[in-house]
Design a protein around this ligand. Structure first.
Ligand code: OXD
Ligand code: MN
Length: 599
């Protein structure tokens, strides 16, 4: 397809405007075909960006520039009309000012390169919950990854020609090539030139200078969370940083659960878990993002807007996540910043077997036992979701799946018990708003300090976090049938005892907690009401065979009132940052919690 074949004046003029500014050698409108994917990969192999793996079919490894290994939150901006609209948790810049900066950066930035225009859908194309986007990029690495992570399909052009809305995404690696200038394996711009910008009012994303996943694959964090959270607020639905799993009981009864944990708390592992509980089954709908709307049945239905997994590789093994290993071992995957074994495979820390020698992510020789990391700690795999051996049959259902429970959580060595059920929706929103993980001694702020990450959306909410809390309250208040709202739970797999040892085995045993949640959602499952919510009754989890001491069970299943009272000032300070935008209902929840703890 050519630019001239596009009928939508809005789409056509937008592409033309960016092509005029960026001055690429050519413009290619992508079609999403396998031939296009293969052509991009071949191009990347020729350029020295990709190395074809001998040990995994149709798979490639690549190493980024050392400056381009992760999302750059300090270079990420919400350019809403007012600073207040972005709120205290986002970097803000006035849109007019940012557009001037970006204009300067993008002028001629695609010289010597091809400008790709990627039509993509977040969610199954025909789903009423799905949304369309177009990403302009000068990176074939982005094109290949977008093929895996989203549904790239030129049929979307006809839908936009017929009037469908789309989110405008523009990306450049920020490394123009002068005539005869050779390219580098990982073109990108220096850190101070990187800009990941969002214009919520006009539903636009403009990203400059980075090729890394979350900064460059604009369908994911930028669209599916930052822009979509604004669309969801305006249109009355939810765009959340949540995995979605399908839980089946031994009797064949099914419930769907969505869970929000901060980055690096095991979302992908939970989404693909193998339960340590006979007869129970966990299957995957998604591992990172959920879009949810009320269905005609009055229940909240979720789709996974993504088409693949962009998972953290280190720590992924046959023990921690066998289904993720099986997914990537089928091939058709891209590995970024992993180490390369000498026989043409990838390696990362925590994998089941460590090779004697390999080449580390910075292309240096690496030996087993070396103190340096072979793979970058944020090394990633990009793999098609359809390849996951436990992908649920409903994962592409256009209607989405009805959610029975939300799980919130973080890493908490102290204070927070294994699982706690919210008293009601409003209390659940309070639990989400006060989600936190403990920082280690090494982190800024020091041990014991909490990093609050409300709903795991701290880096991903495209507007004022206080208004976001209010939106969650509104969704509950406007539910067509409040009795059909998901129940809300708070979990903590990371409790430690005085000896500093984890007291909960985690992994497949988390299924025991899922089972109790399942039972609670069926109106069964024994619970005791406490100051912080409903905890499992003493024998409700059936932990006898796990060999957990009585003292450790006490840590998992009772309320540490003194501990809670000690963290209340931090919770208060966290909520106070939202000032007058903090919903009154949440201030009331805080006061009620304090009163219950002191009773
Ligand atoms: C991710 C993240 O990459 O949450 O999914 O950082
Ligand atoms: Mn994530």
């Amino acid at each position: 397809m050519q630019l001239t074949d596009i009928k939508s004046p809005a789409l056509k003029s937008w592409i033309q405007q960016w092509s005029d500014l960026c001055t690429p050698d050519q413009v290619v409108i992508c079609d999403g075909s396998k031939a296009e994917y293969d052509a991009c990969c071949n191009l990347l192999v020729k350029a020295g960006t990709f190395i074809k793996l001998d040990k995994k079919p149709n798979s490639y490894a690549c190493r980024t520039d050392v400056s381009d290994v992760a999302r750059v939150e300090e270079r990420t901006f919400i350019c809403s009309e007012t600073k207040d609209a972005a709120g205290p948790t986002n970097n803000w810049c006035a849109p007019a000012e940012m557009r001037v900066t970006l204009n300067g950066l993008f002028k001629g930035c695609m010289a010597g390169r091809t400008m790709f225009v990627i039509p993509f859908s977040m969610g199954p194309v025909e789903s009423p919950i799905a949304k369309f986007g177009f990403e302009i990029t000068d990176s074939p690495y982005v094109v290949a990854n977008m093929h895996i992570m989203t549904r790239v399909n030129d049929s979307i052009i006809a839908k936009v020609d017929a009037g469908a809305e789309f989110v405008k995404c523009v990306h450049s690696v920020g490394y123009p090539l002068a005539a005869n200038q050779p390219d580098v394996p990982w073109p990108c711009a220096p850190i101070d030139k990187k800009h990941i910008t969002h214009f919520p009012e006009t539903r636009e994303i403009i990203s400059f200078g980075s090729g890394y996943g979350g900064n460059a694959l604009l369908g994911k964090k930028c669209f599916a969370l930052r822009i979509a959270s604004v669309q969801a607020r305006d249109e009355g639905w939810l765009a959340e940083h949540m995995l979605i799993l399908k839980l089946t009981s031994p009797q064949g009864e099914v419930k769907f659960v969505a869970a929000a944990f901060p980055s690096a708390c095991g979302k992908t592992n939970l989404a693909m878990m193998e339960p340590n509980l006979p007869g129970w089954k966990v299957e995957t709908i998604g591992d990172d993002i959920a879009w949810m709307k009320f269905g005609p049945d009055g229940r909240l239905h979720a789709i996974n807007p993504e088409n693949g997994f962009f998972g953290v590789a280190p720590g992924t093994s046959m023990k921690s996540n066998p289904n993720a290993m099986r997914t990537v071992n089928q091939g058709n995957s891209i590995f970024s910043n992993c180490a390369l074994t000498l026989d043409g495979d990838v390696y990362w820390e925590g994998m089941d077997q460590t090779p004697e020698n390999c080449v580390d992510w910075q292309r240096r020789p690496w030996k087993k036992g070396s103190t340096a990391k072979a793979a970058h700690p944020n090394a990633r795999f990009t793999a098609p979701a359809a390849q996951c051996p436990v992908i649920a049959k409903e994962w592409e259902d256009p209607a989405g799946v009805p959610i029975s429970a939300f799980l919130f959580g973080g890493r908490r060595a102290n204070v927070v018990p294994l699982v706690n059920e919210a008293q009601d929706w409003e209390h659940g929103v309070f639990l989400g708003a006060t989600m936190a993980s403990e920082m280690t001694a090494a982190a800024i702020g020091g041990a014991g300090q909490l990093r609050f990450d409300p709903f795991a959306m701290l880096p991903f909410c495209g507007y004022h976090m206080g208004d976001y809390f209010a939106h969650w309250l509104t969704v509950g208040a406007n539910a067509p049938d409040p009795s059909k709202l998901p129940k809300i739970f708070y979990v903590n797999w990371f409790r430690k005892n005085e000896a500093g040892k984890f007291v909960w085995p985690g992994f497949g045993d988390n299924a025991r907690v899922l089972k109790w949640i399942f039972e609670r959602c069926s109106g069964k499952g024994q619970a005791v009401a406490t100051a912080i919510g409903n905890l499992p009754a003493p024998d409700a989890l059936g932990l006898a065979d796990l060999g957990i001491t009585a003292a450790d069970q006490q840590l998992l299943l009772t309320v540490d009132k003194d501990g809670w009272l000690a963290v209340l000032p931090q919770i208060k300070a966290h909520l106070e940052q939202f000032g007058s935008r903090l919903p009154k209902a949440l201030a009331k929840q805080l006061a009620a919690l304090e009163a219950r703890l002191k009773a």
